[in-house]
Write a protein that binds this ligand. Structure first.
Ligand code: SF4
Length: 398
């Protein structure tokens, strides 16, 4: 690398580490050319300044996939079944409530209801189930659905997005998950999810939600054939909205699993690319508080390394997950292991809630919670361990 370029990169890293804003072009230069160690160090400096208590967090939650029926047919998705397909199912209210009850018993504080875009589930179905969960388990936070579901429900029930958001919120939804963002940039999004709303619409729904007082997270699924410039463009699109609303609580990049679906054979984002993306995200998002590293799709070792590349959170123990695991994510974890991953990286582990408040700070290993039931149940095991009470071929979202 020419000496002038190295100085430019060193200056940029120092500027960003000190909290200065970097442009998308500068982020791209750092993503492609900055030495890995220096990039990680700069991102970690930002993380240390934001979180001088040296705490890294995790959450206990359950991802309840309420239906696999979906008419959006994303090309990367191995979870969905088309409407009327014989393998389509939708959980009954009783089954969803039973799963919520199990989650509460295991210490979960958050439920993520995520499902297909079923043409049979309109706004009333969501209102009914949210109200029922809140009535029976008032302590559970419903961090659920997302912008794609708002668009879908709006179409199914012939309602404007703002009204869908308001009605869901009134029924009990606390915040939106960042799911469905995939990659927001037009070219790659059209290739992998041609029937999904476009990236501008996804962002506009989130902006409306933030204006109505419903916060959310934002995600990024890397590794479906997008270019480096498109990766950075995704970050720019999210940051621009965040400048106007401040409603994204965290940014959560993860890598696509190409094992079981139509995009098999595409280049998966490598572990190094993932670590570089984590670091650049921390430097680029001077306006987003939290950055989550994923162990689910990249493995626990890389998940742990993200804590040295700017991440302050390792996400969820995930008592249940079926969508990403259907696509090929093989990793499992449990509470004890996540605590140990965090501690052995030199950080203080803490269980958080949806708002990132610390519920329990694990300063003394001798007092760590011991409950081997608090571990991941995924597609291959979830239905065996957690029998489905009833299935039907209804349909609905992501
Ligand atoms: S909208 Fe969600 S469930 Fe439906 S195909 Fe796409 S990723 Fe799968």
């Amino acid at each position: 690398m020419p000496a002038q370029d190295s100085r430019e990169i060193a200056d940029l890293l120092s500027h960003a580490a000190d909290g200065g804003r970097i442009s998308p072009a500068e982020a791209l230069l750092l993503y492609t050319d900055a030495p890995l160690h220096a990039l990680g160090e700069a991102a970690d400096a930002v993380r240390r300044r934001r979180y001088p208590d040296n705490i890294a967090t995790y959450i206990i939650d359950r991802n309840i996939n309420y239906t696999n029926v979906c008419l959006t047919a994303c090309k990367f998705c191995a979870f969905y079944r088309a409407p009327k397909h014989e393998e389509g199912w939708t959980h009954t209210d009783e089954e969803i409530l039973r799963r919520c009850g199990e989650a509460v018993e295991l210490g979960a504080t958050q439920i993520m209801l995520q499902g297909g875009h079923s043409p049979e589930l309109g706004i009333e179905w969501y209102e009914r189930i949210f109200a029922a969960i809140k009535a029976e388990y008032p302590t559970l936070t419903l961090h659920s659905l997302g912008a794609s579901e708002v668009v879908h429900i709006g179409r199914t029930s012939h309602l404007p997005h703002a009204e869908v958001i308001t009605r869901l919120h009134t029924a009990g939804l606390d915040s939106f998950a960042g799911a469905g963002a995939e990659i927001l940039v037009k070219r790659p999004r059209t290739v992998i999810a041609p029937l999904k709303e476009d990236g501008e619409t996804w962002l506009s729904v989130m902006e409306t939600a933030h204006q109505l007082g419903v916060e959310s997270t934002a995600t990024f699924m890397m590794g479906t054939g997008e270019t480096n410039a498109e990766r950075i463009e995704h970050l720019r699109m999210v940051r621009d909205v965040q400048d106007r609303t401040g409603g994204f609580r965290s940014f959560i990049p993860w890598t696509y699993q190409p094992e079981n679906n139509h995009l098999k054979g595409r280049t998966q984002a490598t572990s190094l690319e993932y670590l570089r993306m984590i670091a650049v995200s921390r430097l680029f998002f001077d306006n987003v508080n939290h950055l989550q590293g994923s162990w689910l799709t990249t493995g626990k070792d890389i998940g742990q390394l993200t804590l040295h590349f700017g991440a302050d959170d390792l996400g969820s123990v995930m008592l249940e997950e079926n969508v990403v695991s259907s696509a090929g994510a093989k990793h499992r974890s449990n509470r004890t292991e996540l605590i140990e991953l965090i501690r052995s990286s030199g950080r203080i582990p803490a269980q958080r809630d949806t708002l990132y408040r610390h519920l329990s700070v694990h300063t003394d290993p001798a007092e760590d919670p011991v409950d081997d039931r608090v571990h991941s149940h995924f597609a291959s095991t979830a239905l065996k361990l957690l029998p489905v009470a009833a299935k039907s071929s209804a349909g609905a979202s992501n």
